[in-house]
Ligand binder design. Structure first.
Ligand SMILES: Nc1nc2c(ncn2[C@@H]2O[C@H](COP(=O)(O)OP(=O)(O)OP(=O)(O)O)[C@@H](O)[C@H]2O)c(=O)[nH]1
Ligand SMILES: [Mg+2]
Length: 570
């Protein structure tokens, strides 16, 4: 015999029995609830002075009988009715309100969060036979509107709703609403970005701005951002449960498909949050991994990214459940691939070992190539810097080659090298590198050390800075920190401020920022360039000549001749 849910203490055996017997009742699928069943629950409810709720499925079976207290009831985990890809749960809640209260905020939250077909309150009075009914249902998302509609309450005998056709119409309109929503925001996924942090409001904002950029780069449309700065972190959801519920309602209103956290989430947190919200949940690390996965081009890059992805996933495979598919799918399913997702942990470990061997071989190849270069005695200059600083653009302009550049984060994932010829048969090799970023996932840091291995051979690092970025100072610090972590703190370095063509505009709009750029630039002795303008590179080229061949008599800062440049190395 199926048990009623909720607290049954204090109920008489015959009352429990009556509750149990409710499971045997059938409702006509075209009715919200039948008069007989409504009467029975109001009777018991008045007798025990507690709310009673029925969750009824589409074929009219009573799937759950729930006993609450005088004012509320707690809906159990609806494990037998997973939402999956459906818009509605396939269950409606009919429950009693002992004092005839209208639907409460909690009721409407349950409706929204659980995506119930409908919620109905039987509003009781002193007379067991005289009660009203009030219903509410979800509606298509509207910007800044409530996600549900509440109907006026009507005396039960006058309540005539053709439930089946009502549901059909409702589902159609929800689907239509979703499709319209999709047209508004492009992107495979539409996400709400969340940051839960104790850092200062400015830091939190900066980090959120960067997360937005990352999301954009990953093809996630950003619908909204939420920053919470709690006194204490909620260990289960990171952010407070109340706040999380607000987020879910917002997600529903805006038609979001995923939540993106600025903080790294533990596997258990991802699980709890996705269970509660039924949305895809990813964190900053996974977002970055996802971007890497999209961008890796060379064998080396691909191997490293897959390795990093698997290492990230492995600890998250423990106690896996339904939500694993969500976790592993990544954005638009660009995880390590559906078939691979099904392999168990053992096979993933094997794969990791295999990839690590492959990486080593690739790295040997790189080492030999580097040896050749070092032997040839040609100075090596590596361009490093925060992602989107303009490193690839600089390499292109300097050498007139075509390295993929884009106004997206992490355009470059593989090092590429070019020769740059100076007059008098002097030349240097210039290498472009993957962009740096704060809080690079640990798993990636390891993998990318391999790519950045080449930096060890560099005779000079050009640290390129996008000085038009409001966070440029911080970014300089981040790059310095990563270089230190790579044991490169002592390499000769040249600080170069890029995008100076944007400064006049900044001077007009934000004098203070402009002055800041100038002050920092002077303090750190930065050279100014505009990577997309060859002419502006003269001071930089002159500096390079002086650094490498200072004994050479000054022949003027001359730009390398065009036809001599851009010979790809090798
Ligand atoms: N206004 C302006 N834009 C620039 C300049 N240099 C680069 N950009 C733009 O900045 C964006 C990023 O340039 P990339 O060369 O891809 O930057 P990157 O540092 O290689 O980036 P990652 O490879 O992602 O780390 C592109 O849209 C460039 O067109 C410049 O001097 N002035
Ligand atoms: Mg680049």
């Amino acid at each position: 015999m199926k048990q009623p849910h909720g607290n049954l203490t204090g109920l008489k055996p015959n009352q429990v029995k009556r509750l149990e017997r409710l499971y045997r009742r059938r409702i006509n699928p075209n009715e919200v609830v039948s008069l007989e069943v409504a009467r029975e629950v109001t009777d018991i409810s008045l007798e025990i002075r507690r709310q009673i709720g029925l969750l009824i499925n589409r074929i009219g079976e009573i799937a759950y009988v729930i006993v609450g207290d005088e004012r509320a009831l707690l809906i159990p985990n609806l494990a037998d009715y997973p939402l999956g890809k459906r818009l509605l749960r396939g269950l409606r809640l009919v429950h009693t309100h002992l004092k005839g209260e209208p639907l409460t905020d909690d009721d409407l939250t349950d409706l929204s969060l659980l995506r119930l077909d409908q919620i109905a309150a039987l509003q009781l009075t002193q007379h067991p036979d005289r009660f009203s009914i009030q219903t509410a249902h979800l509606i298509p998302p509207r910007p800044n509107g409530l996600p549900y509609q509440v109907e006026p309450s009507v005396p039960f005998p006058r309540f005539t709703l053709e439930f089946r056709s009502f549901m059909e119409t409702l589902e159609e309109s929800l689907i239509r609403g979703l499709e319209e929503g999709k047209a508004v925001t492009t992107g495979v996924e539409r996400g709400i970005l969340i940051s839960v942090t104790r850092s200062t409001p400015e830091e939190a904002d900066d980090s959120m701005e960067e997360l937005k950029e990352l999301a954009r780069t990953a093809g996630v449309g950003v619908l909204d951002t939420v920053i919470q700065r709690p006194k204490e972190f909620n260990p289960r959801f990171l952010l407070g449960e109340g706040k999380l519920r607000e987020v879910v309602i917002k997600a529903l209103q805006l038609g979001a498909t995923m939540l993106v956290f600025d903080q790294e989430l533990s596997p258990a947190q991802v699980r709890s949050i996705s269970e509660l919200t039924e949305l895809k949940v990813i964190d900053r690390s996974q977002l970055i991994l996802d971007i890497f996965a999209r961008r890796a081009v060379t064998q080396d890059g691909k191997v490293q990214v897959e390795l990093a992805q698997l290492k990230y996933l492995l600890p998250r495979l423990i106690g896996r459940g339904v939500q694993m598919s969500r976790l592993m799918g990544g954005i638009g399913g660009r995880g390590p691939g559906e078939t691979k997702l099904e392999v168990d942990r053992r096979r993933i470990r094997d794969r990791i070992a295999h990839l690590e061997r492959e990486l080593k071989e690739l790295s040997n190849g790189r080492y030999q190539r580097r040896q050749k270069r070092v032997k040839a005695g040609i100075p090596i200059v590596s361009i490093v810097g925060y992602t989107n600083a303009g490193k690839s653009t600089l390499l292109n302009t300097m050498t007139k080659s075509e390295v993929f550049t884009e106004n997206l984060l992490f355009a470059t994932l593989d090092t590429s090298s070019r020769r740059l010829r100076f007059p008098r048969d002097h030349e240097v090799i210039i290498t472009d590198t993957v962009g740096f970023i704060r809080s690079l996932p640990k798993s990636l840091m390891g993998a990318f050390k391999a790519t950045l291995e080449e930096l060890k051979d560099a005779d000079l690092l050009i640290h390129l800075v996008d000085c038009a970025n409001p966070r440029f100072e911080e970014q300089i610090g981040q790059v310095d920190a990563i270089l230190a972590e790579l044991d490169l703190a002592n390499k000769p370095r040249l600080l170069v401020f890029n995008k100076t063509d944007l400064l006049p505009e900044m001077k007009k709009n934000n004098m203070l920022s402009f002055m800041k750029v100038r002050q920092v630039g002077r303090k750190l002795g930065a050279i100014s360039v505009s990577a997309n303008d060859r002419k502006s590179l003269e001071p930089l080229l002159k500096e390079l000549q002086q650094r490498f061949w200072q004994d050479v008599p000054d022949y003027g800062a001359q730009l390398p001749e065009e036809e001599e440049n851009g010979t790809p190395e090798g």
